[in-house]
Design a protein around this ligand. Structure first.
Ligand SMILES: Nc1ncnc2c1ncn2[C@@H]1O[C@H](COP(=O)(O)OP(=O)(O)OP(=O)(O)O)[C@@H](O)[C@H]1O
Ligand SMILES: [Mg+2]
Length: 337
């Protein structure tokens, strides 16, 4: 198979664990997920279901004592989990970039925003390689760096960018901080952007602007995006496809229309019933009964079975396979086996 035909990113049976006093926490268990070139994919699921750990695992940034114990993360067919660490550093930022869940843990409060963007350009050699940014002298190079930083701040919609670059993160509003992070993340034109809850802390109007910005980057540069969110409505508005995770596993993936209009996994159905609909007659929301399972003591069989209205005895036994339905949708549920 040629590189072109392979999915841009293919995650196979990814398993990431955290040894704890309570036992082994299986944050991600046998995750299978693919991302095509130019795809906008929403990754949704309740808090603690392993969304962030999955994204960190792709970049091999899971913090100690977490460990990736099985699986493959294929970027254009090359397994990132088997790359030497120096080669992995080349992948981060240049091929796959991440917007982390909390902006203020990524931006350093002690440095000006513009300097932090310039640092990212320098680390990835974006100003001394080929292209329009070559400058023969150091003074010229500093000038080129400034120019590129201003371009990036402008691209992410920060007003008066040549002034804004001199400010410190605390002088930025939440929306501007998130834009600055996006500027850092896209500074090296990555093929894939992992955006982990990029708008959770922002009000809805700023949220819409940030989502517009991500969509524009996708359209203009062809950047594929995984939007991690617990907000299914947001994912449905922004993404072509939606993947639903439960207890560290993929339980359903399909086109947004298919998943929203005809959800197949009982968990996806449950999530949809929890979304309020503006304009609809006032119907009480239907919360999913029970709680997310303890990832150190996952129930046997389907981890959702204790909360599932359609559970059968067989749901409590063995591995439940991920099945591909006729419309290309993937579901991990015995109802479809
Ligand atoms: N450092 C750690 N030590 C032990 N367990 C951890 C650690 N980090 C994550 N986990 C476990 O991994 C699970 C998945 O965490 P993760 O941060 O991926 O959830 P999430 O889906 O991103 O949730 P949220 O929507 O709240 O961000 C958590 O439930 C937690 O039990
Ligand atoms: Mg998270």
């Amino acid at each position: 198979m040629t590189t072109e035909r392979k999915p841009l990113l293919e995650i196979r049976s990814l398993t990431t664990v955290f040894p704890t006093r309570r036992g082994l926490v299986r944050a991600v268990s046998g995750l299978d997920l693919t991302l095509a070139r130019g795809e906008l994919l929403g990754l949704v699921g309740e808090s603690g279901c392993g969304k962030s750990v999955s994204m960190l695992s792709i970049l091999r940034l899971v913090s100690h004592p977490g460990r990736i114990v099985a699986g493959e993360v294929l970027l254009e067919g090359q397994d990132l989990l088997r790359l030497p660490i120096h080669a992995m550093r080349q992948v981060r930022g240049r091929q796959i970039s991440m917007i982390f869940q909390d902006p203020m843990t990524t931006l350093n409060p002690a440095f000006r925003v513009g300097d932090q963007i310039a640092e990212s350009l320098r680390i990835h050699g974006m100003l001394n390689g080929s292209g329009s940014s070559i400058w023969p002298f150091n003074r010229g190079r500093a000038e080129a760096e400034r120019k590129r930083v201003v371009e990036l701040l402008d691209e992410v919609g920060i007003a008066v960018p040549w002034e804004a670059r001199k400010r410190y993160p605390h002088e930025f509003s939440g929306g501007m901080q998130q834009r600055a992070l996006i500027a850092i993340a896209v500074s090296c034109h990555p093929k894939i952007l992992l955006a982990d809850e990029p708008t959770t802390a922002l009000d809805v109007t700023i949220q819409a602007q940030i989502m517009d910005l991500l969509r524009r980057l996708n359209q203009e540069h062809g950047t594929s995006v995984i939007l991690v969110t617990h907000n299914l409505a947001l994912a449905a508005t922004f993404c072509q496809n939606i993947a639903v995770m439960y207890a560290g596993r993929l339980v359903e993936k399909g086109s947004t229309d298919a998943v929203i209009e005809d959800p197949r996994h009982p968990y996806t159905r449950g999530l949809l019933e929890c979304i309020p609909k503006i304009g609809a007659t006032r119907q009480p929301l239907q919360p999913i009964p029970g709680n997310v399972p303890d990832l150190a003591e996952l129930p046997p069989g389907c981890a959702f079975h204790p909360r599932c209205k359609k559970a059968q005895d067989a749901c409590q036994e063995g591995e439940i396979p991920l099945v591909t339905l006729e419309d290309g949708r993937q579901v991990r549920c015995l109802l479809y086996v």
